[in-house]
Ligand binder design. Structure first.
Ligand SMILES: NC(=O)c1ccc[n+]([C@@H]2O[C@H](COP(=O)([O-])OP(=O)(O)OC[C@H]3O[C@@H](n4cnc5c(N)ncnc54)[C@H](OP(=O)(O)O)[C@@H]3O)[C@@H](O)[C@H]2O)c1
Length: 233
């Protein structure tokens, strides 16, 4: 079994990589920092006796996403799990947001998933198997004025996910939007808060793994996880 995970070296992506590795999946992972990819590859191959293929890519660049997609296609013709996890948080109200920043946010948080999935989904369709997870955010369901471009891109990703679900269901490929609330990761480092009150990345990873294991005709279309503590929403 093979899982492809983007943004796999930190936070939620790393926890997902660990979870599927622990279940015996071989992995193809990407992020921008090559040294982190090498460290994680060594650790997971050592801990779980699996193969981990790594490829550096910056998902703010279309060309990098397409090169990563080609790398995946060269390594395998049979993907069981694709996790579109890369995403970046942006602050700022709508009219403080430049068009360039909105375009960058759309590239990383929406278009990168579209480019990668457009290349890999046809193979999953043809084999009539596979599960695509798209990591959205609770802000795909809410409107945070001081994170306008992020909110817009996550709403768009959720719509994209639903359309992908409808298109893929007839080919027996499952599609799930993961909708986490505040989850402990590097993006929270340096803040003066009690991290134990956030969702842990392992919670997201375990939930995704359980979704993947539903019976063959059941699919979790949206997986929403919130914190009990309302202050973090
Ligand atoms: N943490 C939360 O509270 C939270 C809540 C809801 C949703 N989410 C969503 O969950 C996903 C993961 O978030 P996270 O908090 O776990 O992030 P994180 O801890 O900052 O990790 C991001 C991962 O993606 C890679 N990455 C970042 N920018 C990239 C780029 N331009 N190109 C390629 N790789 C890139 C990072 O490695 P490099 O830096 O080496 O590239 C790292 O592996 C995102 O889509 C985010 O919007 C997070």
């Amino acid at each position: 079994m093979i899982a492809v995970i983007t943004g796999a070296t930190k936070g939620i992506g790393k926890a997902i990589a660990e979870r599927f590795a622990a279940a015996g999946f071989d992995l193809i992972i990407t992020a921008r920092t090559h040294s982190d990819l090498i460290l994680l590859k060594k650790k997971l191959e050592n801990d779980y006796l699996i193969d981990v293929n790594i490829r550096r890519a910056d998902f703010s660049r279309k060309s990098d996403v397409l090169l990563f997609a080609e790398y995946v296609k060269k390594h395998t013709s049979s993907i069981d799990v694709l996790v579109n996890n890369v995403g970046q948080y942006y602050t700022g109200k709508l009219l403080e947001t430049s068009a360039d920043q909105l375009a960058e946010a759309l590239q990383i948080n929406l278009l990168a998933a579209h480019y990668l999935t457009s290349v890999l989904a046809p193979g999953m369709k043809a084999r009539k198997k596979g599960h695509i997870f798209n990591i959205a955010s609770i802000l795909a369901k809410q409107y945070r004025e001081d994170a306008a471009s992020y909110t817009i891109t996550k709403h768009a990703l959720l719509a994209w996910n639903k359309l992908l679900f409808e298109e893929m269901r007839q080919h027996q490929v499952k599609v799930t939007a993961v909708i986490p609330g505040a989850t402990y990761s590097d993006s929270w480092k340096g803040m003066n808060i009690d991290f134990s009150k956030l969702i842990q990345p392992e919670d997201i990873a375990e939930s995704i793994y359980q979704c993947f294991n539903l019976s063959s005709h059941a699919v979790m279309v949206e997986l929403m996880i919130e914190t009990l503590n309302k202050n973090f929403e």
